[in-house]
Design a protein around this ligand. Structure first.
Ligand code: NAD
Length: 256
């Protein structure tokens, strides 16, 4: 039976790993916050102290990590996945950009470990419900190996076969999502200052041409109630926008 490794049990990783566990998939997990991994262990789930131990025990390893540097460390560090004895495929579910995807694929290749980028969209709710969109890029054989497991967490769209194409697609999506968020914040502030009721504004916008992911989801869920927590840290959103600007610059495409 295939054992799946999972590194990074944060806002997204924990619900994704939970869906795999609940589907009966044997798991080996690791997180820099050891207490989170240990609390999740039990039954068919073991927690280990390093990514290397994950790759010693799992056939396929998924990562859901905050930044490109975290992925670099988890893959290539002294106790990194690249030194593991068993894993033959690593898939990065984080948003880390096409340049890092190509770098990581090269790092793993000499160890005989294949790589696919498979960033996700759909937020915590999508991770909990298994309705994420997974933008996968990698060789067809690896795609087929990972598909039965990725299928527990969302709908897999194969966007390419070269490392980085899934990440490219994800940066384009998040650029639009961030644009909607910023534009919505501006018009909501203007409307409130002009005396409009924010709940009425969202009601109108969501049945009008201004509707977007911020008006439909983020503002009703976490701005109107002033919790300001939709499960995605602002620093990570900023990281995505920054990565997209680097990506655009590579092709000489002007971005405001
Ligand atoms: P998070 O900060 O909640 O979780 C990251 C986890 O990685 C934490 O548990 C942290 O302890 C762990 N970690 C960090 N460095 C580590 C290391 N070296 N070794 C092992 N574990 C380590 O982030 P998140 O919101 O779960 O996002 C994860 C990735 O998914 C990010 O790249 C993010 O941009 C992307 N993403 C997030 C959302 C969302 O709505 N939160 C949606 C889509 C994609």
């Amino acid at each position: 039976m295939t054992t799946i490794g999972f590194v990074g049990l944060g806002n997204m990783g924990l619900p994704m790993a939970t869906r795999l566990r609940d589907a009966g998939v044997p798991l080996v997990v690791n997180d820099a916050r050891g207490e989170v991994a240990r609390a999740f262990a039990g039954g068919q789930v073991s927690a280990v102290d390093s990514p290397r131990e994950v790759a010693d025990r799992a056939d396929i390893v998924f990562m859901s990590l905050p930044t490109p540097d975290a992925v670099r460390a988890v893959v290539g560090g002294e106790l990194g996945l690249v030194h593991g004895r068993r894993a033959k495929l690593v898939a990065d579910l984080s948003t880390t950009g096409p340049t890092l995807a190509r770098e990581v694929a090269k790092l793993l290749e000499p160890a005989g470990i294949a790589f696919m980028d498979a960033p996700v969209s759909g937020g915590i709710t999508g991770a909990q419900k298994g309705t994420l969109t997974i933008m996968a890029s990698g060789a067809m054989a690896d795609h087929e190996r990972a598909l039965p497991f990725l299928g527990h967490i969302g709908r897999v769209v194969r966007v390419g076969d070269a490392a980085g194409q899934g990440q490219a697609m994800k940066l384009l999506n998040n650029e639009l999502s961030a644009t909607a968020m910023i534009a919505t914040a501006e018009v909501m502030v203007l409307g409130v200052k002009a005396g409009l009721d924010p709940a009425v504004m969202l009601d109108v916008l969501n049945t009008s041409s201004g509707r977007n992911t911020a008006t439909a989801d983020k503002f009703p869920r976490s701005v109107l109630d002033r919790s300001f927590n939709f499960g995605f840290r602002s620093v990570l959103f900023y990281k995505d926008v920054h990565l997209c600007r680097q990506f655009a610059a590579e092709f000489g495409v002007p971005f405001t």
